[in-house]
Design a binder for this molecule. Structure first.
Ligand SMILES: NC(=O)c1ccc[n+]([C@@H]2O[C@H](COP(=O)([O-])OP(=O)(O)OC[C@H]3O[C@@H](n4cnc5c(N)ncnc54)[C@H](O)[C@@H]3O)[C@@H](O)[C@H]2O)c1
Length: 344
């Protein structure tokens, strides 16, 4: 297949990681031909890496989208810019692959879904944690019925971000509901992936311990009922001081008809059956991981292959769980997911 050209919006932070990966692992499939970032020094640095001239660098993503004619656009800015950048790209004819969370508000996310529909252009969202060997193995255990039917899933995320600025940029410590928008969106998406169902009802609490480095809630407990009858429970804690289950080491426990499966860090799968020795083994490795898998899948979609599993029209079902969690935290009442997508 011909090399795809890419307009990249965002040049450092996570976007810098995208650029490294695209340059180092996808050079036979992708060439970045334009870059937008609000920081001139980021543009200058990346221009050198990418061999871009001044006319390929932009401080305004709208201008970049109107000027650069690329086969697709990558968006990896902070969340408030995902929707305007993605919409500008699609309105200029470019399919988009965008970082999570879809957007900063429900309306902004819906506008992206509508633009993707109206322009009939692919739009995929990053959900890198699905593409890890241990998560793929859990899904196989469920789908193949190795332990019978699934009853419920317990999940735990806990990072020690008690020091200001310890979770990347300051904005992550200053914004409202950063646990939900920056963290839990991954875990809610994982609960859909592992349970095989979409969330039907969600309820719970959020809070901010007095010693938190966050201006708003760092922690929360949420309960979910999925539409296939599986229940789920989530503990999220960005003020963890003892047992951590931070990125790539989140704890998931799946309670099946004939046993319990547990994962956390590494690729070890532990299966418990009452009265038997615990079975422990390494999950079979997978060819492409995380962002690498998602880039490859998206490029395949552009070439006429199957759509990304995390295409926006599906992944909005993970995003509305964040919105529901935010609202149930605020008003204390359980939320019905169907209400959020009625007008879409
Ligand atoms: N999938 C993951 O595991 C993962 C991990 C970390 C961050 N993220 C996501 O990546 C995104 C970026 O997070 P980050 O920590 O890299 O943020 P960041 O603050 O480092 O910003 C990334 C880049 O975007 C640029 N930028 C900011 N506003 C812009 C605008 N209006 N136009 C063009 N460029 C702009 C910044 O200058 C920076 O170079 C967020 O959506 C975040 O949730 C995902």
């Amino acid at each position: 297949m011909a090399i795809k050209t890419c307009l990249m919006i965002g040049g450092s932070g996570m976007a810098g990681g995208w650029i490294n990966r695209l340059v180092n692992e996808f050079s036979d499939q992708v060439k970045i031909i334009g870059l937008a970032d609000i920081q001139q020094k980021v543009l200058d640095q990346q221009a050198e890496t990418l061999g871009l001239g001044k006319d390929q660098l932009f401080t305004d993503f709208n201008q970049a989208c109107a000027t650069v004619k690329a086969d697709f656009c990558g968006v990896a800015t902070p969340p408030p810019f995902h929707s305007p950048a993605t919409i500008a790209a699609m309105e200029n004819g470019m399919p988009v692959i965008c970082e999570k969370p879809i957007a900063d508000t429900l309306e902004a996310a819906k506008a992206m879904v509508r633009t993707s529909r109206e322009t009939n252009l692919p739009c995929a969202i990053i959900q890198n944690y699905r593409y890890a060997a241990n998560k793929q193995e859990l899904v196989r255990i469920r789908e193949e019925g190795r332990l019978g039917r699934l009853q419920h899933v317990f999940s735990r995320y806990a990072c020690d971000y008690r020091r200001p600025g310890s979770w990347g940029k300051a904005w992550r410590h200053d914004m409202d509901f950063s646990l939900l928008f920056e963290g839990s969106v991954h875990h809610f998406d994982m609960l859909r992936f592992l349970s095989g169902g979409d969330c039907e009802t969600l309820t719970g609490f959020g809070w901010n311990p007095e010693w938190s480095s966050f201006k708003h809630f760092s922690s929360g407990y949420y309960l979910m009922k999925m539409n296939n009858g599986v229940h789920a429970c989530y503990e999220g804690n960005s003020s963890a001081a003892g047992i951590t289950n931070c990125w790539n080491s989140e704890y998931y426990r799946l309670e099946f008809e004939e046993g319990t499966v547990e994962i956390s860090g590494g690729n070890q799968i532990k299966i418990y059956r009452v009265g038997q020795e615990t079975e422990t083994y390494e999950a079979p490795s997978i060819e492409r991981l995380a962002h690498g898998y998602l880039f490859d899948e998206f490029i395949g979609w552009l070439d006429g292959g199957k759509p990304s599993a995390t295409q926006i029209s599906d992944n909005i079902k993970s995003f509305i769980m964040v919105i529901a969690a935010m609202e149930t935290t605020d008003d204390g009442s359980p939320k019905q997911m169907a209400e959020y997508l009625k007008d879409l």
